[in-house]
Design a protein around this ligand. Structure first.
Ligand SMILES: Cc1cc2nc3c(=O)[nH]c(=O)nc-3n(C[C@H](O)[C@H](O)[C@H](O)COP(=O)(O)OP(=O)(O)OC[C@H]3O[C@@H](n4cnc5c(N)ncnc54)[C@H](O)[C@@H]3O)c2cc1C
Ligand code: FES
Length: 267
């Protein structure tokens, strides 16, 4: 079996821990029982098989010495069932899936990463990987309410060294800004960055693409993903004529702006 086929094979993993971080998020760490052949790239995702319930896509939040970590927010049956999985229980994973970020910026360049809400999920692994390449990363993380915030450096120590700017819509986080990430972009001179990567709700992504169109940011998109391997067509993005699960989830603003404009920005 080669590497390409093994990414689509369901692999059993043992839960190491599954803890609450922030008010509405959990962090699950798993250890594969079989050797994981392919090292994930930032913004790759995995299909997480929750026995007898469902299979759901989650982005890789961190990877080290064969251990994988996923950061998730409870939305429905699948994510709720995942919260019930504790130490030593077995679930399954397929991946790494998708193309991930697909670029390796030059050392000593400076990148701005913008996350909205649970869009923070893939960011720790992105920062960690880019730090290892010698790239400087500043994180701008926007949330609706201050209780969504967790200390990224505490749970992901390898992100230390990056600068984090937090912005809340309820204005209840005193060490951050008040408003949205778009309000903050006006203060931080995005043109001083060599590139921008954004992950979050469609409304935020659309606003970033419009505000920073000269930089043509990289955007982590979400659609409905069912098989994760290019078979079922449920992740088809009509405006791009592409499948998110095999061609994405990262696209340039110039490719996705029409799709973002056409979409319901509340989801
Ligand atoms: C490539 C990719 C990577 C993702 N990475 C993460 C991650 O790291 N952490 C995380 O918390 N979530 C992530 N998601 C979203 C996550 O997959 C969904 O929240 C999850 O599948 C919901 O499953 P559920 O059974 O709990 O809820 P369901 O009962 O399936 O749905 C509950 C509600 O959530 C909405 N929903 C379901 N799937 C999605 C989706 N893909 N996008 C937007 N809304 C959705 C439904 O419309 C419904 O309103 C990712 C999605 C994709 C496509
Ligand atoms: S999720 Fe099935 S083709 Fe993409």
């Amino acid at each position: 079996m080669n590497c390409m086929s093994s990414r689509y094979t369901l692999k059993p993993v043992r839960v190491v821990c599954n803890i609450v971080i922030g008010n509405d998020k959990k962090l699950i760490e798993v250890k594969p029982l079989l050797y994981l052949r392919e090292r994930p790239q930032p913004l790759n995702f995995f299909m997480i098989w929750i026995p007898r319930i469902d299979e759901i896509p989650l982005s890789i939040a961190d990877f080290d010495e064969g251990r994988l970590r996923f950061l998730y927010k409870v939305k429905g049956d699948g994510t709720m069932a995942l919260t019930k999985h504790c130490k030593d229980m077995i679930i399954g994973i397929k991946g790494p899936l998708g193309k991930g970020i697909g670029i390796k910026p030059a050392p000593n360049t400076r990148w701005l990463v913008v996350a909205g809400g649970i869009g923070i999920a893939p960011i720790p692994y992105l920062i960690r990987t880019y730090k290892n390449y010698g790239i400087n990363v500043d994180l701008l993380w926007g949330v609706k309410t201050a209780d969504e915030i967790f200390n990224i450096y505490e749970f992901f120590p390898d992100t230390k060294g990056s600068k984090t700017i937090i912005v809340t819509e309820d204005c209840r986080y005193e060490n951050g800004y008040c408003g949205t990430v778009i309000d903050v972009l006006k203060h931080i001179e995005p043109k001083n960055y060599d590139g921008v990567i954004a992950v979050g709700p469609k409304g935020m992504l659309k606003a970033i693409c419009l505000e920073l169109h000269k930089l043509n940011p990289y955007i982590g998109l979400e659609t409905l993903v069912k098989c994760g391997m290019g078979i079922c067509g449920s992740c088809y993005v009509k405006a791009l004529d592409k499948l998110l699960c095999t061609d994405g989830p990262v696209f340039r603003c110039s490719e996705v702006l029409e799709h973002l404009k056409a979409s319901d920005t509340n989801c």
